[in-house]
Every structure is written in structure tokens, then in C-alpha cells.
Write a protein that binds this ligand. Structure first.
Ligand SMILES: O=C(O)/C=C/C(=O)CC(=O)CC(=O)O
Ligand SMILES: [Ca+2]
Ligand SMILES: [Mg+2]
Length: 424
């Protein structure tokens, strides 16, 4: 069967969807929405609308084995093989491109501004990696000037277990964390004085593995259902004091914001690129982390952007200011390497688990993925266009992350915003 779902010329009858900058018919992400009536429903985003997939399933318009479309989370759909998600994509693509279907299903479209997006899945476990090598070098210099990149970094995808309970979507305000930090007179407890964000990609786990059964690197793509944006809010003063020897703990577990849509692995197919070659002299990873196929097409052609909108900018009607821009190809490890490593000891990964890639920074100053890097540990304040300055975040600051997938010959698709405001 020829896959037309990526054809850049594919028409769509939904008003405003053709040439939509982020959600044209070639995207078809998965999410969960509520419209204030009844319980949450699974939907796809098309242009500035959400299409109710439960409604479609009830009308018998999607493959019957995808009965999980009536659930209030995507967990059971994520548990299904990638071929089932592809079948759903093809069904949606056919329905939304055939103008003859419009009258039948137009009542299942909701304007995006009339619904509230919810967490796409019940997240059982959330793990955060550290695969952005330029971030690891920049932040390592600030935390450990004598040993920025530890000797394990190029052999093992470093990660830590995060907290699934504090992951939110949408505009849930981030309440200012309190905690313990070091000081000249000894430790003290109070509001963080170095609140920061981290630009990351989220990886949504698909079927996963049984307890005790690792996932081989070449099987990893079957278990990666899709991607989102992830902001790992971080209290740097708490982190610097607490992180040794077991890694980040309360400095990051207070809140993590993600973008609401799962951009499926199938939608990302045209945007797979070769992994950036390892610099000459870097060690070749152990065989369980190495696959020629993964090196050839396991990375993502994604351009990432972070913006800030302060309370003063909002009051004066000023547009958000761009803090950084750069490609996701600055990840030292691919999503498949992270997933295969995570399961290599037999630890079960479950449908709807979330992996963070780690902060993605460019080697150049224009693409630093956190304020800790931009302000060089608080030493070089950033001046915003309205004259305000920042080293770390202030109450009322909103951080907005965006991602665009681009490739020649393909219609570009976006991830939608990962956006939230920090409040005192
Ligand atoms: O100790 C360090 O080098 C820094 C660790 C982190 O900030 C952990 C983290 O969240 C990693 C990341 O996002 O890249
Ligand atoms: Ca992080
Ligand atoms: Mg966090």
C-alpha cells in the first residue's frame, strides 16, 4: 500500500487546515481533550480544530480493533503495535482529505480554543536523560569546573528517575518551589533564588517490555510511540546542594510541563535523519547501544525554540522574546539508544511512560537551552528588549517552547506549544 499520508499536496476539507503551519493533515497527533461536557476524549488536532476520535469510533469509521479510542487516556492505544497506529493514521488521513466525508463528521470537530487539553496518558514513570552534550558540557563546567564531562558520559546515556506525579500539560501555573540550599552561614530553607527552565524533548513509550526482558536497540523504534516538548523546571540552588552523590531530587520534582499532543513516530517518519557522527576519538558505544540502522536514521530533524514573556511584557502588549533557537541534532544519544539502555537491565517500560532527552543546547551561544547557561551561572544577566534583565526566572515569567519538523519535500509539522508561567 502506498502511504499518501505524508503527501505535501494532500488536500483537507477542514477550514484553515491546508497549509496550517503546525497541524496540517500530515501531522495528525494524538491527545486527550475535554469540552466541559462529559468525560475526557481522545482526539487528533487538525488545523485549529480537534477531531473527536471516540465519536469516529462510535460511528464505525476507524478500524474496529482500535476500540481503545473510547478510553479517557491514550495508554491502551500506546500499548498497541506501531502498525495499529499507522492504520489509524491512514483512516484519519482518508477521512479528512475526502470532502465527501465532511457532512458525516463535521459535528465531531471542536474549535481548539473551546476545549481544554489534558495529559495524553496516565504517566506511570518519568525518566530524564542528559543526552544534550553541549548542555552537559556547559552546566558541568558550572557545577564541576575541574571535571565538566564525567568519564562515563560518552559510554552510557546518563539519566535519573524523575517524578511522574508533577507532570502537567496546558497552562498549569508553576508554583515557586521552596527548598534547602547551601549558604555562607550553613544551609537554609526557603523559596528558590535560581529558578530555571530546561528545553527538552519528551519520548512517549509504546508497548514496552515485560519485566526481565530487555529491548534490543533494533527493536526500540517499535516501542517509541511519539514525541512532545518537555520543560524540566529546575531550582539550581537546591540542585547544587542536594545532587551529590545520587543526582537531582527535589530541585526538579516539583513540576515538569509538557506540550499536549503526542506527535506520533509515524508522523515523524519524513523527519528522521542520521545521527550526528561522533567526533574523532570518541569511544564507540558497546554493542547493545549500537545499530547501523539507528545511526543512519534514528535522529530527528527538529528545530527548537524557547521564548520568554515577562509580566511587564504582557502588560505592555509586547511580543515574547526569543531566548534560544537550535536543532535537536545536538543530542549525543538517539531516542532508541536511551530506550534500549533503560530496558537493558530488564526494567519494564510501560505504555505511557515518559522519557526526557535532557536539555538540548547548541555549541553556539544562540541556542542555550537553560538560563543557567545563558547567564553563565548567574554572572552575565540577559537584557530583554524592554530593558528588563534576567539571570534566573522571576514571578510572572512565562516560558514558551516550540518545535518544527522540517525536511525537503515534506510538509512541515509543529509540536504545538509547551507553555506555562511561574507564580510566586
Ligand atoms: O549535575 C549535572 O551535571 C547536571 C544535571 C542536570 O541538570 C540534570 C538534568 O536534568 C539533565 C538535563 O536536562 O540535561
Ligand atoms: Ca532535565
Ligand atoms: Mg522537572
Amino acid at each position: 500500500m502506498i502511504d499518501h499520508s505524508h503527501d505535501p499536496a494532500l488536500p483537507c476539507w477542514v477550514p484553515g487546515a491546508t497549509d496550517h503551519p503546525e497541524f496540517p493533515i500530515q501531522n495528525l497527533p494524538l491527545g486527550v481533550f475535554s469540552d466541559g461536557e462529559g468525560d475526557a476524549r481522545i482526539g487528533t488536532r487538525i488545523g485549529d480544530h480537534v477531531l473527536d476520535l471516540r465519536g469516529l469510533a462510535e460511528m464505525g469509521l476507524v478500524p474496529p480493533e482500535l476500540g481503545s479510542l473510547s478510553d479517557t487516556t491514550l495508554n491502551s492505544l500506546l500499548a498497541r503495535p506501531a502498525a495499529d497506529r499507522l492504520a489509524l493514521r491512514h483512516a484519519l488521513s482518508a477521512l479528512l482529505s475526502d470532502g465527501g466525508q465532511a457532512a458525516r463528521i463535521v459535528h465531531l470537530l471542536h474549535r481548539i480554543d473551546s476545549v481544554t487539553m489534558q495529559l495524553p496518558a496516565a504517566i506511570g514513570d518519568y525518566t530524564d536523560f542528559y543526552a544534550g552534550i553541549h548542555h552537559a558540557e556547559n552546566i558541568g563546567k558550572l557545577f564541576r569546573p575541574d571535571a565538566p564531562l564525567l568519564p562515563n558520559y560518552k559510554h552510557i546515556p546518563i539519566g535519573y528517575h524523575g517524578r511522574a506525579s508533577s507532570v502537567t500539560v496546558g497552562d498549569v501555573p508553576v508554583r515557586w518551589p521552596h527548598g534547602q540550599r547551601a549558604g555562607p552561614e550553613g544551609p537554609s530553607f526557603g523559596p528558590s533564588q535560581r529558578l530555571d527552565y530546561e528545553l527538552e524533548l519528551g519520548i512517549w513509550v509504546g508497548p514496552g517490555n515485560a519485566h526481565g526482558e530487555p529491548i534490543a536497540i533494533d527493536a526500540a523504534p517499535e516501542h517509541i510511540a511519539g514525541f512532545c516538548l518537555l520543560n524540566d523546571w529546575s531550582a539550581r540552588d537546591l540542585q547544587a546542594w542536594e545532587y551529590q552523590p545520587l543526582g537531582p531530587f527535589l530541585a526538579k520534582s516539583f513540576h515538569t510541563t509538557i506540550s499536549p499532543w503526542i506527535i506520533t513516530a509515524e508522523a515523524m517518519a519524513p523527519f528522521r535523519i542520521a545521527q550526528t557522527p561522533r567526533p574523532e576519538g570518541d569511544p564507540r558505544p558497546l554493542p547493545y547501544l549500537w545499530s547501523d540502522a539507528d545511526q543512519a536514521s534514528g535522529a530527528l530533524a527538529l528545530n527548537l525554540e524557547v521564548l520568554i514573556e515577562t509580566a511587564a511584557m504582557r502588560e505592555n502588549g509586547l511580543a515574547p522574546h526569543r531566548l534560544s533557537v537550535g536543532p535537536a541534532s545536538n543530542l549525543y544519544w538517539t531516542p532508541a539508544q536511551m530506550l534500549a539502555h533503560h530496558a537493558s537491565n530488564g526494567c519494564p517500560l510501560n505504555p505511557g511512560d515518559l522519557l526526557g532527552t535532557g536539555t538540548i543546547s547548541t555549541p553556539t551561544p544562540d541556542g542555550r537551552g537553560s538560563l543557567m547557561e545563558i547567564s553563565e551561572g548567574g554572572k552575565s544577566p540577559l537584557t530583554l528588549p524592554n530593558g528588563e534583565t534576567r539571570t534566573f526566572l522571576q514571578p510572572g515569567d512565562r516560558i514558551i517552547m516550540r518545535a518544527m519538523a522540517q525536511a525537503t519535500g515534506a510538509a512541515s509539522i509543529g509540536f504545538g506549544e509547551c507553555s506555562a508561567e511561574v507564580v510566586a
